[in-house]
Write a new protein. Structure first.
Length: 171
């Protein structure tokens, strides 16, 4: 089911049929470097990741991580969406793209649309995002979409220091 449409992209709900793509993305070198090894090594692991993560969040909150695909050809290229983490007070904007689709403007397009969706459709008052301290590309993207560096945090899910960015809905 389509959630967001932009000039070049469709963001839609993940299903277990996306397990092949999730297996590839979660084992992409940039995912492992900046997000971490989720130990998803089989199609069954990928299906379980989809069921216990995004699909569970859709049913609990009505939103979550969405599959990002190119409009033309319906090629899956990444994930972008909104996540609730126990260790953060506010909803978190998250995104990750296969290496071959990075630095092409797709993350900017998806993240901008997701931020707008969070404020306008979901009526969230504040949205945050976290990045590894050495993930300069993601930090620059967050600033480009209007988020501001707020502080360094350590989350329960990750023992390393992370940069926390935030944006508030304007009336």
């Amino acid at each position: 089911m389509k959630i967001i449409e932009t000039d070049h992209l469709i963001l839609r709900l993940l299903t277990t049929n996306d397990a092949d793509f999730i297996l590839k993305l979660l084992n992409d070198p940039s995912w492992i470097r900046f997000i971490g090894d989720k130990e998803v090594t089989t199609l069954e692991d990928a299906k379980n990741y989809i069921l216990s993560g995004p699909i569970s969040m859709y049913s609990q909150l009505g939103y979550g991580l969405y599959l990002v695909e190119l409009k033309e050809g319906k090629t899956p290229i990444g994930l972008c969406g909104l996540i609730r983490r126990d260790s953060l007070e506010d909803t978190d904007l998250g995104f990750a793209f296969l290496t071959e689709f990075q630095s092409k403007g797709y993350a900017y397009e998806a993240a901008t649309a997701t931020l707008t969706y969070g404020f306008n459709q979901l009526r969230l008052k504040k949205i945050v995002a976290i990045t590894s301290k050495d993930n300069d590309a993601s930090s620059a993207l967050l600033e480009k979409i209007g988020m501001n560096f707020e502080q360094v945090v350590i989350t329960a899910e990750n023992s390393e220091e992370l940069n926390l960015f935030s944006a508030n809905r304007t009336p």
